[in-house]
Design a protein around this ligand. Structure first.
Ligand code: HEC
Length: 101
């Protein structure tokens, strides 16, 4: 357990060099991309505006709950045991917006 935490702290340190606290893109790259880039198991694809528009319409609290409790093929906590609510929110917002060029 200690080891995991140390690694998480180091990883967070690396990611925070260029950015502020919750960096949605970094979290996405680390924990969400695995499924949400290709749509594995029916995952809404990152930057698929239509798909995310209807999800965002459900409201962030509902999406946060789905991520934390798991939904369908998405495991609880979405493979990010160290993520805070703000981390999840930032990564959800990152997936919901158009891909930056
Ligand atoms: C192991 C694969 C996997 C990973 C990793 C994963 N997801 Fe998902 N996600 C899914 C799948 C599959 C669904 C569709 C679930 C369904 O509707 O049955 C989904 C759905 C969602 C939804 C919509 C929930 C809803 O209410 O319909 C959100 C928001 C989401 N994921 C966020 C995230 C975030 C944020 C991360 C990274 C921190 C992440 N996911 C990582 C597989 C994954």
């Amino acid at each position: 357990m200690m080891k995991m935490r140390v690694i998480a702290v180091i990883a967070a340190g690396l990611f925070s060099v260029a950015t502020q606290a919750a960096d949605g893109e970094a979290i996405y790259n680390k924990s969400c991309m695995f499924c949400h880039a290709s749509g594995v198991g029916g995952a809404p694809r990152a930057h698929d505006e239509a798909a995310w528009k209807s999800l965002m319409d459900k409201g962030m609290p509902s999406l946060l709950q789905a991520v934390k409790e798991g939904k369908g093929n998405m495991p609880p906590k979405a493979m990010c045991s160290s993520c805070s609510d703000d981390d999840y929110k930032a990564s959800i917002e990152f997936m919901a917006k158009k891909k930056a060029k």
